[in-house]
Design a protein around this ligand. Structure first.
Ligand code: ADP
Length: 396
């Protein structure tokens, strides 16, 4: 079956068409600036990339252009839309309603709407993606795959915050965690790599990208993760602050004479690596700046690395001694310098890597630990789209 995987943001839409038998990507691409003007980048496997400015007043128009590109006689990869057997939608927040992927029905759409308050920027956009696909591909089964679902196995001690219990009961304020599709996929690969059945393996996954989170996976279940009610919690990230003393929020508001909303924008968009360094959020730029002697960039990378190591140390407790630590996503897979910085801190708890092997490992599944390390350390490329396609096929 050919499965269309859709990841719909507020003004963008990423897609991949995957052949579920061969697990090959037939085409992938991106619509940007939806509602502003519109730009399509379409990459059919084995053919030339196409880039076009197209009027995309809304997401339905964008989905229309994606379907046109997929069936185009020149840049297309299928003869007709009939070849697409199912659509898998990435949904950011499933609240406590969804602990696994589901076939999309009207009831499911209502339930996704009902938890949208927890992800006001993401869930409404995800729902528009569903509606647009339903309009243009009537009758094609669709599946919702949630970023939060994998973490619904967390025990209370991991998901409750130290606030009055009524806020959990009234508003659902608790840790939910994100990147679940990636943590699930990578931890399964990790279990295979250490030769253990998934339900007996203890894996710590460090998903380090623009957004970063760490997950403790014990016996095939997420038992703790660093992101919380929203993806702002946990590690400092590209532009997000990560966890901080909550008093900082009112203190900034008071000192800078700005509203609560403005402080939240600062914490979401102007903090993290970009805010600490003044250089930007891209780790390649940060590495280059640090090498060229930029002290703030160097410090930001050290803050990031130390915090990643601290979470890994904590999650050694959560899983009770990991079989493997897996680095994944843009930074985790490729940034050899940041991995080295993180692993330096982990030496104190017996984690040892071969720094020469680490230095040449980019984007490939590779063991970077030495034989006398307390646990294995692997670089494992993530593949969220493939994981969504697999879930979709399993359900339809
Ligand atoms: P997203 O959260 O947007 O999915 P990714 O997982 O794609 O993010 O990660 C993006 C980050 O990965 C960027 O900060 C980028 O600088 C970093 N990255 C990608 N390739 C490299 C590389 N070769 N060296 C260092 N950092 C890299």
């Amino acid at each position: 079956m050919k499965v269309l995987v859709i990841n719909c943001g507020s003004s963008s839409l990423k897609y991949q068409l995957i052949d579920s038998q061969t697990e090959q990507v037939l085409a992938k691409g991106l619509c940007e600036r939806i509602g502003i003007d519109g730009r399509l980048t379409h990459k059919p496997t084995g053919k030339d990339k196409v880039e076009k400015d197209l009027a995309m007043p809304d997401h339905t128009a964008a989905v229309g252009f994606v379907l046109d590109a997929l069936t185009d006689p020149v840049c297309g990869v299928v003869a007709s839309l009939k070849e697409i057997g199912a659509v898998g939608h990435r949904i950011v927040h499933g609240g406590e309603k969804f602990n696994k992927s589901v076939v999309i029905t009207e009831d499911v759409i209502k339930d996704i709407e009902s938890v949208s308050g927890l992800a006001p920027l993401h869930n409404p956009a995800n729902l528009i993606g569903i509606r647009s696909c339903q309009k243009l591909m009537p009758g094609v089964p669709m599946v919702a795959v949630f970023d939060t679902a994998f973490h619904q196995t967390m025990p209370k001690q991991a998901y409750l915050y130290g606030i009055p219990h009524e806020f959990y009961e009234k508003y659902g304020i608790r840790r939910y965690g994100f990147h679940g599709t990636s943590h699930s996929y990578v931890s399964q690969v990790g279990a295979q790599l250490v030769g253990k059945p998934y339900n007996e393996a203890k894996i710590i996954v460090a998903h380090l990208g623009n957004g970063s989170s760490i997950c403790a996976v014990k016996n095939g279940k997420s038992v703790d993760t660093s992101m919380g009610l929203t993806p702002l919690d946990g590690l400092p990230m590209g532009t997000r602050s990560g966890s901080l003393d909550p008093t900082i929020i009112s203190y900034i508001a008071e000192k800078e004479h700005v509203s609560l909303e403005e402080v939240m924008t600062i914490l979401n968009k102007k903090s993290g690596m970009a805010g600490m360094s003044g250089v930007g959020s891209d780790f390649r730029d940060l590495d280059a700046a640090a090498s060229a002697g930029n002290t703030l960039a160097d410090e930001a990378l050290e803050v990031f690395s130390y915090n990643v190591a601290k979470f890994i140390g904590a999650y050694q407790v959560a899983v009770g001694g990991a079989d493997a630590i897996c680095f994944t996503a843009g930074v985790g897979e490729n940034d050899v310098k940041v991995r080295a910085r993180i692993c330096k801190y982990l030496e104190g708890i017996g984690v040892k890597i071969d720094y020469d092997v680490n230095a040449v490992t980019r984007g490939t599944q590779t063991k970077i630990s030495t034989d006398d390390s307390i646990c294995a350390v692997w670089v494992v490329p993530t593949n969220e789209e493939l994981a969504i396609a697999r879930e979709t096929v399993a359900l339809v």
